[in-house]
Design a binder for this molecule. Structure first.
Ligand SMILES: CC(C)(COP(=O)(O)OP(=O)(O)OC[C@H]1O[C@@H](n2cnc3c(N)ncnc32)[C@H](O)[C@@H]1OP(=O)(O)O)[C@@H](O)C(=O)NCCC(=O)NCCS
Length: 214
């Protein structure tokens, strides 16, 4: 059962500074981008195994409804692995928060169907999102990722994670980390391939803290 308090906790998971680790790095260089609808925000064109045309680009404020549709296509298990607990819906306020990012401290890469300049009112669909939020005190960035099942095992998770790593570096993060459920072999395998180290998550034996020094 999801409550407003649960949703607030989720939102806070992206907003709260975490203390106790890390050395303060040199000043950040912020990525400031203003993606334009119809131009894919300078995105990279890709094609999935089943022939679906996709674009890899940063999230935009007008992605709110597509993000909510994406959320509804995810299985309860994918949602649980992504958010670490069940979540039945993505309310408007939370969806806006996930799309309207402060580029000085947050970014989100996604895979979506391309905009069609000839039909600008046609909705696009999102099929994967990987995001990170920088703790401005410690300059450590927390990430999360989810790839829709239909598009999994095609290298998109690795591609998105590489973008997240590069963007976190550009923001000036010294470390990229996430809490991953111990049973989430797919994410732990992917992290191992990308060079993440595994540690314990304090107070939660079912969770692994993965981290990558940047
Ligand atoms: C984890 C996840 C992002 C991987 O995305 P993906 O697009 O399938 O990843 P890739 O195709 O790039 O696979 C990269 C590697 O990850 C590992 N991997 C991915 N899916 C796996 C699976 N089902 N079982 C075991 N390993 C898997 C493999 O090592 C794989 O390399 P390989 O294909 O050469 O064997 C995706 O499964 C997902 O969204 N899961 C649900 C949400 C989640 O767990 N998020 C993590 C919370 S931070």
């Amino acid at each position: 059962m999801n409550t407003v308090a649960n949703l607030r906790n989720l939102a806070e998971r992206w907003a709260l500074p975490r203390h106790g680790r890390g050395v303060r790095p040199p000043p950040r260089r912020s990525e400031r981008r203003t993606p334009q609808r119809g131009a894919d925000g300078g995105g990279e064109r890709l094609t999935s195994r089943d022939g679906t045309p996709l674009v890899l680009r940063q999230i935009r404020p007008d992605d709110v409804e597509a993000l909510q549709r994406f959320f509804h296509r995810l299985t309860p298990e994918e949602v649980r692995l992504r958010f670490l607990h069940p979540l039945n819906e993505l309310p408007d306020a939370f969806a806006h928060q996930l799309c309207e990012l402060d580029p000085a401290v947050a970014f989100a890469w996604l895979l979506a169907t391309p905009d069609d300049p000839a039909h600008p009112d046609l909705p696009i669909e999102i099929h994967a999102v990987a995001r990170a939020h920088l703790d401005p005190v410690l300059d450590q960035a927390e990430y999360a990722i989810v790839v829709e099942g239909r598009f999994a095992r095609q290298g998109f998770g690795s591609l998105l994670m590489r973008r997240v790593i590069a963007s976190a570096r550009k923001l000036g993060a010294t470390e990229l980390w996430s809490d991953v459920l111990l049973e989430n072999g797919a994410m732990l395998d992917l992290c191992a391939k990308l060079g993440f180290e595994r540690g314990m998550s304090l107070n939660n034996p079912g969770v692994v803290r993965v981290s990558l020094a940047l």
